[in-house]
Design a protein around this ligand. Structure first.
Ligand code: SF4
Length: 399
């Protein structure tokens, strides 16, 4: 049996019921009438008292199904109301969009360290283990997207500006100049925030583009770029695109030229593990300037599920290879971290570089974990891990 560490982390909330909802509503969650402004959407949980008269002119209201005043709210108000399950929570300062069917998307979660803007679902790679397979046509209109990002940023209270903000896709550079404007917008509005851009690096091989990204970000950016092998054919096979390796390597060098810090990402599976030591050697000799290398457990979603027979490996079966690759990288003074692997699936010598990396809204644990003394430090599992699509044959709590 699996359990979520925290229900507050959901990014989407389904409604129990909607009343007077005819259009999309966007705004900032408020729990305090003293902070009222025209962008406020009020949230009342089960135990909150509601001053119904004061709510008459507000933009919209989200209310727990078990709030004692729900019937009064329904009868007395003509504003859009979304009724949600009692376990649902929102916090003062969350930015949300309520769709016409009442589904709520938390665009920015004030208490999360994992805020991300998904800017496109298209990609110029087609990786065999992609957890979110790319779509051909993008539903995002670039101009709408830019104004949507501006509205979200504009509604975040400066005291809530995050330390890092992720831009993800698809492949964000598919947006071309629009991405540069979005980065410029974020970095000028939130100068203390580091942008974490997830990219396959290919478009960055164009010198002018890499230069423009560096300038727009005011160099407060980290670009995470995947590399899957030291051999071009193997990398190209994994990303299903001939010539991708050469472009990605050129992109990494353009980042270096423009002083953009790079995190290299290696997803660990049956196609990458046999070459992991060679790849570590390649990185140590040719890409030693990168800020960081992340060795990542695979998420069992999308193509990773579809191609499971060709990809799946129990981390217990590659833990020695992992330790050896890490030792090699460290011996060249390269900073390295393990993402997405539970602590009981790696060797003791690398446990200290395992990060609690799975985004809060996807992170689950198994029943056995409740008794584990390393529960607080452990990344746990992706919520896509099930009995059929298990990550490992053995979970061993520490005592
Ligand atoms: S048993 Fe402990 S180390 Fe293993 S997955 Fe659970 S919390 Fe992590």
């Amino acid at each position: 049996m699996m359990f979520f560490e925290n229900d507050d982390n959901a990014v989407f909330v389904n409604p129990v019921e909607t009343i007077n909802l005819e259009d999309i509503v966007f705004g900032r969650v408020s729990r305090d009438f003293k902070k009222y402004d025209e962008e406020s959407i009020y949230f009342f949980n089960t135990s909150d008292y509601i001053d119904v008269i004061a709510c008459k002119n507000i933009k919209a209201l989200v209310i727990s199904q078990e709030n004692a005043q729900l019937r009064l709210v329904k009868n007395a108000l003509n504003i859009p109301v979304v009724v949600v399950e009692p376990k649902t929570s929102f916090f003062e300062g969350d930015i949300i969009t309520i769709n016409k069917n009442g589904r709520i998307h938390k665009n920015f979660r004030v208490r999360s360290k994992n805020n991300a803007f998904l800017v496109t679902e298209t990609c110029n790679n087609f990786c065999i283990m992609c957890p979110q397979p790319p779509k051909k046509n993008d539903a995002f209109q670039f101009s709408d997207l830019e104004s949507r990002v501006s509205s979200i940023i504009g509604n975040i209270d400066p005291v809530d500006f995050p330390e890092t903000l992720c831009i993800t896709g698809g492949e964000p550079t598919m947006l071309k100049d629009s991405l540069i404007r979005i980065i410029d917008n974020i970095s000028s509005a939130m100068p203390g925030t580091i942008i974490h851009l997830l990219s396959n690096g290919r478009t960055l091989s164009y010198p002018a583009y890499a230069h423009d990204i560096a300038k727009a970000s005011r160099r407060r950016i980290l670009i995470a770029i995947p590399i899957f092998s030291h051999v071009s054919n193997i990398h190209d096979y994994i990303v299903q695109c001939q010539g991708a390796f050469d472009q990605t390597i050129a992109g990494i060098y353009e980042c270096y030229k423009n002083s953009i810090p790079v995190e290299l990402r290696v997803v660990l599976h049956k196609q990458t593990i046999p070459y992991l030591i060679d790849l570590a050697e390649f990185i140590s000799r040719n890409l030693f300037f990168v800020k960081h290398v992340a060795l990542m457990g695979m998420e069992n979603m999308g193509f990773a599920k579809l191609n499971r027979d060709d990809l799946y490996m129990d981390p217990l079966d590659y833990k020695d290879t992992l330790s050896e690759a890490i030792s090699l990288l460290k011996s060249h003074a390269i900073d390295v971290t393990i993402y997405n692997l539970p602590l009981c699936t790696v060797n003791n010598d690398v446990m200290d570089i395992c990060e609690k990396s799975i985004s809060d809204f996807k992170q689950v644990y198994f029943e056995q974990c409740k008794s584990c003394s390393k529960f607080e430090e452990c990344s746990g599992f992706f919520s896509s891990t099930t009995e059929k699509f298990s990550l490992t044959r053995r979970i061993t709590p520490f005592h």
